[in-house]
Design a binder for this molecule. Sequence first.
Ligand code: F6R
Length: 604
Amino acid sequence: MCGIIGILGNTPAVPRMMEALKRLEYRGYDSAGVATVEDGTLGRRRAPGKLANLEATLKADPLGGMAGIGHTRWATHGSPTEANAHPHMTGRVAIVHNGIIENFRPLKDELLKAGVTFEGETDTEVVARLLTRYLDEGLAPRDAFHKTLSRLEGAFALCVLIAGEDDLMFGAREGSPLVVGLGDGENYLGSDAMALAGLSSKLIYLEEGDWAELSRESVQVYDAAGAPVKRPVTLSQVAATMVDKGNYRHFMQKEIFEQPTVVAQTLGRYLDPNSGTVTLPDMPFDLAGVNKVTLVACGTSYYAALVARYWIEKIARVPVEVDIASEFRYRAPVYQKDGLAIFISQSGETADTLAALRHAKAAGQHIAVLVNVMGSTMAREADVALPIYAGPEVGVASTKAFTCQLAVLAAFAIKLGAAHGLVDAAQEAAYIAELEQTPKLMAQVLHADGKMADIARQIAPARDILFVGRGIQFPIAMEGALKLKEISYIHAEGYAAGELKHGPIALIDETVPVIGLAPNDGLIDKTMSNLQEIMARGGRVVLISDNAEDEEGLLDRFPMPSAGELVAPILYAIPVQLLAYYTAVEKGTDVDQPRNLAKSVTVE
Ligand code: F6R
């Protein structure tokens, strides 16, 4: 969602901030702005829409200064207009803000009564006016900022410049991440490591309630009470080159094609083919005692959880419950003593998943997370974090994070089965040998991408598309439908193939293509019968299968290599990703930043 950059530098801030804001585009946004302080005076430029609009504004009306704050805004309250874009300014302060100030109405009423006037309706302006009031009352900037923070309720990250202060910047974190970057005679603030890639690799992740005072030569972090605290300096894993499309046309395409490499890396961290064993990070609880697993996530990560349910129940015979995070805590979930709750989140910041995590933690469950960002809030609040090692995922539609999540979940299922005495050494080694084939088979599937581009051309004119699969392919069908609707804007749904005749088959005619996922497993005959039922009603079926038999009457087929049940869902994720990608390219949509979507969804 919204992105923040703050630079206290020694060269003009605007071009560097624009670079950083470009790196933050992946989070999704609909307006942007920058402010600087130059010779004590604050200046600001903002524009609705893409960064190109802000660039045009800056070209027509340049902004100097070596200290600046910048923001990409994903509208929550208030439309994406220039007036609502950040930074928000009074004569004395400029502020960018992620998140929501929940008590902004009473604060605004208080300020109105005191004679303060407002330009707009936003909660951010209330923060700017409050800080200005405390400065006007004569408080020193540090005290004024701390007093302002002490009045705010909600989840937010803030970055602030003050008029007359060319060597001062404040940042604060409460529920929304903020990172300090340490430079040489310069310092920075960013909403994530990606914002700071290319500026600094030495990062301080602020903790909940922390705030920071930056000059070019120093950084002091304070806790919520205002006491100076030391937070560890971590080395960023995000190099500026990782945030580069290379030879690919889109980040999503690059990330789809990276999958054999990143999945191999992930498997390499969790599997030891020499000893034939799975290694997980140290668990602060006994896996053998885990008698129930609760999996909670949103979107694509939720579909990874659905796949994991098949594996865990089959391999470890432990009951599994799977929930969408935004629903989880509203249905009085029944926890069991010694239950393990696993939260799956690429970003580690998704608000609904984080709230569900806190719910399960308060109920005394063991808490594990699967995250791609080890400095994330979820990683820090969990009992144990299992990194997925996908590397930065820039395309808004998740691809490589999904297959890396699956790789880690497969390893986890094996380990849980071993801990429960259901997977002996020979079986564990056999599972590992099976998983070790994954990268090679993924590369084989990607090699046929030209075929998927052909299929995409055939289905692109459709208004509705169905994806069907059975068993472990059912979640992949839903993932395929989600990918397609996200980036091509074609309405798509994923169904269990056997469920179609209970209603959705009424939709079938020659205008609704159906994508059938049918690996040659124990369910293929049933899936093929369901596809026949569709074709008998004039439906046009694209078959994705390793079944060599030539089915009559298909619209097209995409051949797959054969694979076992641990590898098949990972493999079948690729053709549905490719189909979504090429369909979106065919339709000319914005593949990496689809409309209305944000990468890291930090509002509930
Ligand atoms: C879809 C997609 C989203 C995310 C969801 C959860 O392509 O990317 O559905 O999977 O917003 O995000 P994380 O995994 O960061 O919690």
